[in-house]
Design a binder for this molecule. Structure first.
Ligand SMILES: CC(=O)N[C@H]1[C@@H](OP(=O)(O)OP(=O)(O)OC[C@H]2O[C@@H](n3ccc(=O)[nH]c3=O)[C@H](O)[C@@H]2O)O[C@H](CO)[C@@H](O)[C@@H]1O
Ligand SMILES: C=C(OP(=O)(O)O)C(=O)O
Length: 421
């Protein structure tokens, strides 16, 4: 049995929605909990498939955990295994960074090539470069990566490009007993959040939010209680859904400063946005203007909002250009949006979008944010859309159906007998 989402479009979204904590901040912070034998408590952890997979992996390695509502208690008194199995690492990208934590805590770790969303090549060379620069011995055998160290992981890492996962890998590797200078580090809010969490455990972390990070680890790290930042990608998806349906929504529990690139584009299009301390009040323009987007690293327009913004632009009269410098081939949503009548032309990795009224169709999500894009398009379209690949939405968006229903959307999920997602 699988699930499909049946969405009857054409209803402007209206109402208030609370933004949940960030998946991509929660996952590395969960991996970082391996660095300490002391208890860690995380408030308001998103209840997502990816979080469940990470918890399964941590339990395999030796972590005990318990949920108390949305609060998660974790403790890894000792690491019982140092191998991360293919079935778990193959399901998502973030699992790869337990490597750095294992190396730091017990001196060795092995794991297979990570999975995650398949929207083009996603190499791990920078992870390996970082661990080697910190003094680890790294090798590969039959699709499995191995690493070990004989001294605390210390050194200077110069990244060839800004990588979120690579930066997080190096931070975890150095935080327990090591010392690292990272040059060309990623500046994403999720990296900053991980740095703050490591500081709570006792590591010294300087330069967060800049391309130069310095981590001075401690021989033993402590525990602590931490609240994860709001999910900027989820917030952006709700805003774009409201914009595509020409609706009016209030987001609460949000960090507006993390959404500057999107808010600027939406304002440029003519939408009205009132920014509060942790709220965003959005009112759609009657006839929004098209705009161009080039996704790039933070503080640029996020690649994880590139598919959702493409879906929105497909509903805006006029022509927009979309490209993605982080993942130049991240266009798995394009063929599916075309089934809904979207007029999209991809040439030399630039997508030309001619906006028009979309219609419902049978479509399939092929990764998390392609799923977000198809939901946005379906909400705006005339008629009924049947969306398969709900598995991907469950990886990244918590309780999406109920939260959209609360905004007036006509969304229902149905169990159907189809080929596995
Ligand atoms: C779990 C998680 O947080 N996932 C996010 C994380 O993925 P992830 O951490 O995998 O993305 P990276 O920031 O590492 O990737 C950025 C760019 O660097 C390249 N690269 C990366 C590593 C490497 O060793 N070599 C290399 O060439 C990638 O192919 C890509 O072109 O950041 C991406 C970019 O914001 C987001 O789309 C993902 O949602
Ligand atoms: C691409 C994503 O996740 P992953 O890096 O795990 O594939 C995402 O969150 O959009």
């Amino acid at each position: 049995m699988s699930r499909v989402l049946r969405i009857e479009g054409g209803v402007p979204l209206k109402g208030e929605v609370r933004v949940h904590p960030a998946k991509n901040a929660a996952l590395p912070i969960l991996a970082a909990s391996l660095l300490t034998a002391e208890p860690v408590t995380l408030w308001e952890v998103p209840r997502l498939r990816d979080v469940e997979v990470m918890l399964e992996l941590l339990a395999h390695l030796g972590t005990e955990y318990a949920w108390e509502g949305r609060t998660l208690h974790l403790q890894t008194r000792e690491i019982r295994r140092t191998d991360a199995p293919y079935e778990l690492v193959g399901q998502m990208r973030a699992s790869f960074i337990v490597w750095g934590a294992l190396l730091a805590r017990v001196g060795e770790g092995s794991l297979s090539m990570p999975g995650g969303c398949a929207f083009g090549p996603r190499p791990v060379d920078q992870h390996i470069k970082a661990l080697k620069a910190l003094g680890a011995e790294v090798w590969e055998e039959g699709g499995t990566f191995y690493a070990r160290r004989t001294r605390p992981l210390s050194g200077r890492v110069v990244f060839d490009l800004p990588t979120v996962g690579g930066t997080e890998q190096a931070m975890l590797a150095a935080a327990l007993g090591g010392e690292a200078t990272l040059v060309g580090a990623a500046m994403e809010p999720e990296v900053v959040d991980l740095g703050r969490f490591l500081a709570l455990l006792g590591a010294e972390v300087e330069g967060l939010g800049s391309p130069f990070l310095h981590i001075r680890g401690r021989k033993a790290l402590g525990g602590g209680v931490y609240r994860i930042i709001p999910d900027r990608i989820e917030a952006g998806t709700f805003l774009l859904a409201a914009a595509a349906t020409r609706g009016e929504v209030v987001l609460t529990g949000v960090e507006p400063g993390h959404l500057d690139a999107l808010l600027d584009k939406l304002a440029q299009a003519g939408h009205r946005i009132e920014v509060g301390r942790d709220t965003l009040r959005f009112r759609s323009a009657f006839r929004p203007e098209p705009f161009n987007v080039e996704a790039r690293e933070y503080p640029g327009f996020p690649t994880d909002l590139q598919p959702p913004v493409t879906a929105y632009l497909a509903t805006v009269e006029g022509t927009s250009l979309v490209s993605d410098r982080v993942y130049p081939d991240r266009f798995t949503h394009v063929g599916e949006l075309a089934r809904m009548g979207a007029e999209l032309h991809l040439r030399d990795r630039v997508l030309m979008v001619h906006g028009k009224r979309l219609h419902g169709a049978q479509v399939r999500a092929l990764d998390i944010r392609a799923g977000g894009a198809l939901v946005i398009a379906a909400l705006a379209a005339e008629g009924v859309t049947e969306l398969e690949g709900v598995y991907f939405l469950e990886r990244g968006y918590e309780d999406l159906e109920a939260r959209l229903q609360a905004l007036g959307a006509r969304v229902l999920s149905e169990a159907v007998a189809v080929a596995a997602d």
